[in-house]
Design a binder for this molecule. Structure first.
Ligand SMILES: Nc1ncnc2c1ncn2[C@@H]1O[C@H](COP(=O)(O)OP(=O)(O)OP(=O)(O)O)[C@@H](O)[C@H]1O
Ligand SMILES: [Mg+2]
Length: 416
């Protein structure tokens, strides 16, 4: 008999990102002992968990070993693609509940498999080719500009817009290096507004809970595709929403998904909608919190029920305000602290500022989601006031490295 057998049921949480604090708190309320697995020494969610194993969530057999050793009843990740794959793999090995099979988890995270299945099933997505190596690569008459991306990556790492063959060659080389499997995608670049959609699929029907427009950083000629933040809800038509709902249901059919959250990244241009990709999960960053503030729906609760295989019950209302979550990036540094935001909270300019990094953590040079040091949220009944508040906040907030040097990148925002 295990030395742990008389204790609470164990839930293993994969990845210590900020939203997983809320996930861990919810699991504790449900009576679980929570074990966090995260490769970093001090991930955001560490303090919330009962225990922390410093292991990689990508090491699937290691996670099986931990789950088996601790007789885990649940292995879960709600908003990290690769960790979701591990969760489904471990669930299948150990007979634990999961929202879908391991095979499905691969199809909904690997960009190559996903594109192939979308094309086979008539989901609107741009023309693409799948590339395994550089020698004699074939771009099959795709029209420039094209988007180049690693097949298995996330956080827009290595995603670039290429306008000619020369750029294509360079960015492809980079993307193949970033990919763990040495695979990349080249696809036609779609012009339009980037609309994120959060849905819940129940009985194969999609409920569109929330939409947002993702806006990119201003990047001085470098065609990186990182976002400065999102504006919620997106200013799109009712026709668009009806079409997005139908597309979500087509995706659910094609990928055999049910009783799960589903988020889509789309490009909307008039009535034309293109799916960049989707995830059978909830979004990371500030998503869960903004959805709750806007609609009253606790989407993390929905995600846990989905993992446990409980029929989803959920209620939500239409958004009444505008919100924007704005990410904060720095020069490469050893992170120290923020200043200037308490007053912004007290005077109602921002709702809150979340700090993503612990003091002393090294922040890399690339503008990418793993290098975000924090995010703030603004709220208003008027869109113009929302923009004003963002501009004030960017001016007033400062970030210092461990030696007191100001390091916040203020040059990447353009708002209004
Ligand atoms: N075909 C395309 N047309 C237009 N923009 C694109 C296209 N493909 C990618 N992008 C842009 O690049 C960004 C990142 O692409 P993608 O979502 O495929 O990569 P990712 O690594 O999953 O990034 P993220 O984690 O930010 O979603 C998109 O949010 C979008 O702005
Ligand atoms: Mg993506």
């Amino acid at each position: 008999m295990s030395k742990y057998s008389n204790e609470k049921p164990v839930a293993i949480v994969l990845g210590g990102t900020f939203p997983h604090i809320k996930l861990i708190e919810n699991l504790k309320k449900r009576g679980y002992c929570t074990i966090l697995v995260d490769y970093y020494e001090n991930p955001s969610a560490k303090m919330a968990a009962d225990e922390h194993y410093q292991e990689s969530t990508l090491d699937m057999d290691k996670v099986v070993e931990i789950a088996r050793g601790r007789d885990a009843k649940l292995v879960i990740s709600t908003c990290i693609d690769q960790a979701n794959v591990t969760a489904c793999y471990v669930a299948e090995k150990l007979g634990l509940p999961a929202p879908y099979s391991y095979e499905t988890s691969l199809a909904v995270t690997n960009k190559g498999i996903m594109k192939d299945c979308m094309v086979q099933n008539g989901i609107p997505t741009s023309k693409y080719v799948f590339i395994k190596d550089l020698s004699g690569f074939e771009y099959a008459g795709l029209k420039f500009p094209v988007a180049v991306k690693p097949a298995d990556s996330n956080s827009s790492k290595g995603v670039r817009k290429a306008c000619d063959l020369d750029e294509l060659g360079r960015f492809l080389d980079e993307a193949l290096k970033i990919s763990r499997t040495n695979e990349a995608i080249i696809e036609e670049y779609k012009e339009g507004r980037e609309i994120g959609v959060d849905c819940v699929i129940k009985d194969k029907k999609a409920s569109v809970i929330m939409t947002r427009e993702r806006r990119k950083v201003v990047s001085n000629g470098d065609p990186i595709q990182q976002i400065q933040g999102s504006f919620w809800p997106a200013d799109i038509t009712q026709r668009n929403i009806v079409a997005l709902k139908r597309i979500a249901e087509d995706i659910a059919d094609a990928f055999n998904l049910d009783n799960t959250p589903l988020m889509m990244q789309t490009i909307v241009n008039g009535d034309d909608i293109n799916v960049i990709e989707f995830g059978a999960r909830i979004g990371g960053g500030e998503n869960y919190q903004i959805i709750e503030l806007h609609t009253g729906l606790d989407i993390i609760e929905v995600a846990i029920d989905s993992f446990l295989g409980c029929p989803l019950t959920f209620d939500y209302k239409a958004p009444a305000n505008f919100y924007a979550d704005i990410y904060l990036y720095t020069e490469p540094c050893v992170f120290g602290e923020f200043s200037g935001y308490e007053e912004l909270v007290n005077t109602g300019v921002i709702e809150y500022l979340h700090v993503y990094k612990a003091r002393g953590v090294e922040v890399g040079a690339e503008i990418s989601s793993n290098n975000r040091v924090g995010a703030f949220l603004v709220k208003s009944e008027q869109i113009d006031e929302l923009y004003e508040k963002i501009n004030i906040a960017i001016q007033k907030i400062e970030t210092f490295d461990i030696n007191g040097r100001p390091v916040l990148r203020k040059d990447i925002y353009c708002c209004g």
